[in-house]
Design a binder for this molecule. Structure first.
Ligand SMILES: Cc1cc2nc3c(=O)[nH]c(=O)nc-3n(C[C@H](O)[C@H](O)[C@H](O)COP(=O)(O)OP(=O)(O)OC[C@H]3O[C@@H](n4cnc5c(N)ncnc54)[C@H](O)[C@@H]3O)c2cc1C
Length: 501
C-alpha cells in the first residue's frame, strides 16, 4: 500500500499519549483531571481502544488478575473478580464515555518515528493512518511537548513462535493465540496447545468440549492456583448496600494485603507455599491423578519467579479430569506431516497446533526514536524510577507490575507524571531530562528486571533491548506496589536527578 506524506503543518499538543490500552485510557483520565489546562491527544494504531484486551481474541480470553486491582482506582469494578476481555472492554468504554475522552483519541494512527529537537524543545511525531475510502495510507505529523508512552511491552501485530524443525511439512494448521483466525473451526479436531502459562490454561478448558482431544504440551510445569471466581468480601459489602466506591477501595486493600502476605511467604517459606499450591491442584484433580501432579504440575522454580496462573473454578483441571484434555511434559524434536515428534519418542497427532508460546517484546512500540538527530538506543539509558530515562527529555513510559496488577502502577505513574508537568509549569521549565548526578556516576548497572526475581521467556529474550537500572534510588524500579504507593507520591522532583531547562 502506498504511503504519502501529508503536507499539512504538524498539529501541536502539550502531551501525546501513545496507545489506548488500559494505561493510555488511564493516562488520559488522570491528565484531564489533574492537569485540565493541558491540550492532549491519544494516538492508537488499532481501530479501537483496549490494547491487550482488543488484540487477544482467543476462546476464553480473560484476566488472570482480579479486576478490583486491575481496574482503575477511580472506577469501581462491579463484577466478579476475574473478567473476560469483553467485560474489560466494556469497563474501559464506560471510562471513555463518562469522562468524554473520545474526542481526544485518534484510532488507526500508528506512530513510526519520534524525533526530539532541543532547539524546538518538542517532539516531532510521525504517524501513518489510512486515507478514508482509498487504498493507501498517509503520514501525518504532530509536534508535542511531552510524550507519555502507554504502548505496553510487546508487539501487538504478532506473537512469538519459536522455529521448530519440520514446521513447513506439517499439513495441519499452526495458530498463535495472539492472532486468532475468525475461521478456525476446532470441532472434532485433535489439538495440541504448546505452552503452559495463563494463555494455555485459559484456552484449553474453553475449547476442550468441541475438540476430539486437546493436549497441553509443555517443556516444564507451571504453578497454578485455583479458587472460586468470587470475592466474598465484595459480595458481602454489596449485599449490605455499601456504596460501590467504598466496596472497590476496601476490596482492593484486602486483595493487596492478601497478595503481599502471599509474596512474603513465597520468599520466606517457598517449600511450604509450594506444597500448598500442589495440594490445591491435587484436590482439584481428585484421586487417581497423583502421578500427573508429580510429573506435569510440579514446577522446578520457586513459586512467584514467574506469574502464577489463576484457574478460576478449576476449569482446566475439570477438563483434564474428564479426559478431554491431557498434559504432556516433553521437548519437541520436530514437526511431522501429521503432528509432533517428541524427544522421548512419543508422537502427538494433531490437526491444529496452537502455539501459546508468548510475546515478542517491543520496548518502545517499534517507534524509531532520535534525539537531536542521533538514534536512541534505549538499552544505553538508565531508568529514573522505572518511568523516565537518562538523556531522554520529556518522555515517560508506563511499565506496570508483573506480580500485581499492571494498572496499580499505571495509576501511580499517572500521578507522578501529572505532578511533574505541574512542577515544570511552576518552575517555568520546558524540558526535563533525567541525568546522573556526580554521586551516581560509575554506579553498578543492573538489568531492567533481575532474572533471579522474575524470568519469563519474553523478558529473557528481550532484556538486551531494555534500559538498565542502577543500584540505588532514583535509578531503580521497585516492582513493589507496597513501596511505590508510599514513595512515588513523595518523590523529590528537585533532587538534582531531573535536570530542567
Ligand atoms: C492475554 C493476556 C492477559 C493478561 N492478563 C493480565 C492480568 O490479568 N493482569 C495484569 O496485570 N496484566 C495482564 N496482562 C498484561 C497486560 O498486557 C497488561 O496488564 C496491560 O493490559 C498492559 O496495558 P497497556 O495499556 O500498558 O498496554 P497494551 O495493552 O499492550 O496496549 C498498548 C496499546 O498501544 C498501542 N501501540 C503500541 N505501539 C504503538 C504505536 N507505535 N503507535 C500507536 N499505538 C501503539 C497498541 O496497539 C495497544 O493498543 C495480560 C496480558 C495478556 C497478553
Amino acid at each position: 500500500m502506498a504511503t504519502a506524506v501529508s503536507t499539512a503543518s504538524p498539529e501541536t499538543f502539550d502531551v501525546m499519549i501513545v496507545g489506548a490500552g488500559i494505561s493510555g485510557i488511564g493516562a488520559a483520565y488522570h491528565l484531564q483531571q489533574q492537569c485540565p489546562g493541558k491540550r492532549y491527544v491519544v494516538l492508537e494504531s488499532q481501530a479501537g481502544y483496549g490494547g491487550t484486551w482488543r488484540t487477544h481474541r482467543y476462546p476464553g480470553i480473560r484476566s488472570d488478575s482480579d479486576l478490583f486491582t486491575f481496574g482503575y482506582r477511580f472506577k469501581p469494578w462491579m463484577g466478579a473478580p476475574i473478567a473476560t476481555a469483553a467485560e474489560i472492554l466494556k469497563y474501559m468504554g464506560d471510562v471513555i464515555a463518562e469522562n468524554q475522552l473520545a474526542p481526544h483519541i485518534r484510532y488507526r494512527h500508528g506512530i513510526v518515528s519520534a524525533s526530539w529537537s532541543s532547539a524546538d524543545q518538542r517532539w516531532l511525531i510521525e504517524a501513518t493512518r489510512p486515507v478514508p475510502d482509498e487504498d493507501r495510507t498517509e503520514t501525518v505529523q504532530f509536534s508535542v511537548k511531552f510524550l507519555w508512552m502507554c504502548q505496553g511491552y510487546y508487539r501487538h501485530a504478532e506473537g512469538y513462535t519459536p522455529e521448530w524443525p519440520g514446521m513447513a511439512q506439517f499439513k495441519g494448521r499452526i495458530v498463535h493465540p495472539q492472532t486468532w483466525p475468525d475461521d478456525l473451526d476446532l470441532a472434532g479436531k485433535r489439538v495440541v496447545v504448546i505452552g503452559s502459562g495463563a494463555t494455555a490454561a485459559t484456552l484449553i478448558p474453553a475449547i476442550a468440549d468441541q475438540c476430539a482431544q486437546v493436549t497441553m504440551l509443555q517443556r516444564s510445569p507451571t504453578y497454578f492456583i485455583t479458587g472460586r471466581n468470587a470475592n466474598e468480601l465484595a459480595d458481602t459489602l454489596r449485599q449490605l448496600d455499601i456504596p460501590a466506591e467504598w466496596t472497590h477501595e476496601i476490596v482492593r486493600r484486602k486483595v493487596l494485603f492478601d497478595q503481599a502476605n502471599f509474596t512474603r511467604r513465597c520468599v520466606a517459606e517457598p517449600e511450604v507455599v509450594k506444597r500448598e499450591l500442589l495440594a490445591g491442584v491435587s484436590a482439584a484433580l481428585g484421586p487417581g491423578f497423583e502421578d500427573q501432579v508429580q510429573q506435569h504440575l510440579t514446577p522446578r522454580y520457586r513459586p512467584w519467579q514467574q506469574r502464577i496462573a489463576f484457574v478460576p473454578d478449576a476449569d482446566l483441571f475439570k477438563a483434564v479430569r474428564s479426559g478431554k484434555a491431557a498434559i504432556v511434559t516433553d521437548q519437541i524434536e520436530s514437526f511431522t506431516e501429521t503432528g509432533i515428534q517428541l524427544t522421548s519418542g512419543q508422537v502427538l497427532d494433531a490437526d491444529v497446533v496452537i502455539t501459546a508460546t508468548g510475546f515478542n517484546l517491543s520496548a518502545l512500540g517499534d517507534i524509531h526514536f532520535t534525539i537531536d538527530g542521533a538514534p536512541l538506543d534505549f538499552a544505553d539509558t538508565i531508568t529514573w524510577r522505572g518511568t523516565m530515562f537518562t538523556g531522554v527529555p520529556n518522555m515517560a513510559w508506563v511499565f506496570g507490575y508483573f506480580r500485581a496488577s499492571w494498572t496499580l502502577r499505571a495509576d501511580l505513574i499517572a500521578d507522578l507524571v501529572c505532578r511533574l508537568l505541574q512542577h515544570m509549569d511552576a518552575r517555568g521549565a520546558s524540558v526535563v531530562t533525567p541525568t546522573l548526578r556526580p554521586q551516581d556516576q560509575g554506579m553498578p548497572l543492573l538489568p531492567w528486571i533481575d532474572p533471579q526475581n522474575f524470568n519469563p521467556g519474553y523478558l529473557a529474550r528481550g532484556m538486551a533491548l531494555l534500559p538498565r537500572q542502577g543500584d540505588h534510588p532514583p535509578w531503580q524500579q521497585s516492582q513493589d506496589y507496597a513501596l511505590d504507593k508510599d514513595e512515588l507520591p513523595k518523590v523529590d522532583l528537585d533532587d538534582g536527578a531531573l535536570v530542567y531547562r
